[in-house]
Design a protein around this ligand. Sequence first.
Ligand SMILES: Nc1nc2c(ncn2[C@@H]2O[C@H](COP(=O)(O)OP(=O)(O)OP(=O)(O)O)[C@@H](O)[C@H]2O)c(=O)[nH]1
Ligand SMILES: [Mg+2]
Length: 448
Amino acid sequence: MTTLDIDTIVAIATPPGQGGIGVVRLSGPRSVDICRVLAGQPAAPRRAQRIKLKHNGEAIDDGLMLYFPGPNSFTGEDVVELQLHGSPVVLQRTLDACRDSGARLARPGEFSERAFLNNKIDLAQAEAIADLIASASQGAARAAVRALSGEFSDQVALLAAKTERMRILVEATIDFPEEEEEFLTRYSIPQQLSSLESELSELLEKSGRGKTINEGVSVALIGAPNTGKSSLLNRLTGEDAAIVTDIPGTTRDLLKVDLVFDDLPVRLVDTAGLRATEDPVEREGVSRARDEALRADVIVCLVDATEQDWTGEYRRLLELVGVSAGVDGPVLLPAVNKCDLVNQTGESDFLAISAKTGEGVSSLIESVRKSVGLTSESTEFTARQRHIDALKMAAEHLRSAIATAPTLQLEILAEELREIHDALGEIVGKTTPDDLLGLIFSEFCIGK
Ligand SMILES: Nc1nc2c(ncn2[C@@H]2O[C@H](COP(=O)(O)OP(=O)(O)OP(=O)(O)O)[C@@H](O)[C@H]2O)c(=O)[nH]1
Ligand SMILES: [Mg+2]
């Protein structure tokens, strides 16, 4: 393909609505020509140029033009950015003028996709850009920046390179069958495989934390009517978001609020008090509460401190919702509210809190963070489920490789090593199928 076969793409890169400045961005072989006509002057590399933008003789705006010549640009192609006044009308007219002059509207994520295809960034880095833009907490933003700088990709690449080296050794030995056994010891293949295993599991653990911090978690508050779920939600948000009364059955609908526990983005859900009822509205509320609890990452089960048998009440709640402790599913955090009303909460597995006084609420926050694997140290990089799946796939093949090594079936060992390498390659986009690439970039913003 010659460069002229590549479309020149254009998009408004700033968010919709009015602002001080708005940016229209072009990338591709015709960007410079298009902008020369619109700006009435040639673009000078890497300089801010004051321009008067015109189309068909009509003035559009007064602004700045920045030209980043390929291959040293974000996409690796010629990129021009037009900084104009942040009026939706001005930006739309500029966009239309660029399209009239031969650019085509960019698809979501197409700038990043081009950066990936031109080897400016790998796939995990491209995803980190989208994660940075969408980050819902400072911790998530910091972790995304680290992934973008290649911290995650570098660790993946290191493991992939080790695997590849081993595979080449193994394949070379296949041609000299009499030396197989000696070969395994000479190159300490079993040791190398087991150190790869521990490195891979460490990376998997970090990625799990990275995914949690990136995507956040949902936390459902459940309990019998009047246990103080809505009061707790109000306490955590610091606002009077939910209606609180002393009448059991006050909350009917789900109430969802987004907040941040330290650096963990949380979607907190208040639910209707769980009880059998004849009221059809309340019954629907209870059924929604149950569904929401089952979908949540973490369930905070509230019992009332003035209740005699906390454990019995907790068990009854779990039964009502249909979750069991200790199996796959939401993490369960038993908590006892209204501690201000009792003298002793004693030693128990229940988190002692008071929505009224705020006592114990910071421990609750810490417990939620811990329950999803976060500690007080910050997370190193963001990750996605796709990365975790690929790492798990690599770990599975690694287990087979470890089992195969002592049997001296070197062809099988080499094949397992290839599978590990391919699974790791999928993370950075070396072995990722095209349709998956399309799907990943389609979730980006337009103009990025
Ligand atoms: N003393 C004390 N009272 C509390 C506390 N938390 C809630 N309450 C009171 O308990 C009553 C019920 O509180 P809500 O927050 O509405 O309880 P809920 O669990 O949302 O109740 P439903 O929506 O009916 O399921 C209200 O009168 C609150 O003021 C607490 O920590 N201490
Ligand atoms: Mg309520």
